[in-house]
Design a protein around this ligand. Sequence first.
Ligand SMILES: C[S@@+](CC[C@H](N)C(=O)[O-])C[C@H]1O[C@@H](n2cnc3c(N)ncnc32)[C@H](O)[C@@H]1O
Length: 180
Amino acid sequence: MIFDEIYEKLSETIPPEEFKKHLSKADLITIFGLDKYVKPKSCVVELGTGSGTSAIMMALSWVASNIIIYSIDNGNTDGAKKLIKNLGLNSSIKLIQGNTREVDFNNPIDVLHVDGDSRYAAVIQDLIKWCPLVKSGGLILFHNYNSTNLGIVKAVDEWLSENAGSHISVKSTYKVVIKE
Ligand SMILES: C[S@@+](CC[C@H](N)C(=O)[O-])C[C@H]1O[C@@H](n2cnc3c(N)ncnc32)[C@H](O)[C@@H]1O
């Protein structure tokens, strides 16, 4: 599917005013454009399911790669659950209810989507727990890396200063890194 088809499908399923609260069109384009970096059968972990928009976008954009997304949230994800079911994505998106700092998950990760608690100390804890599980050559997508989320920027910059990776240049609120 091309981006416009996915965007239309998303807009028919999720009211745009709802998903725009979470992801801008530029963010969605970024996810779509990363398909060439996503290896077949990738294990994707998302911190922060929320409305389900980003998980659904990853599933639709990277469909050819046959990925499984484990998306974690400690809040109410009934809306996301319903959308995922309606779109027939139950086999590719698995929702995990729990605190990202407490969920027991030890499998190697190919793609990590960081979009949970945005407070500095919480982001630091998430990065300490989850980034070591990302394989060398795996992708880390830091969402909301911008001037309105300085806690995220500070935590991510600290992590980047201590961990090697190459950056993929994108035009959105994402910071995207290939872990070394
Ligand atoms: C920015 S929203 C995620 C947006 C989502 N990716 C989307 O597409 O709608 C952040 C989410 O992180 C969740 N969250 C915050 N702190 C958390 C924690 N410690 N553990 C798990 N989820 C958390 C919130 O409940 C919220 O749904």
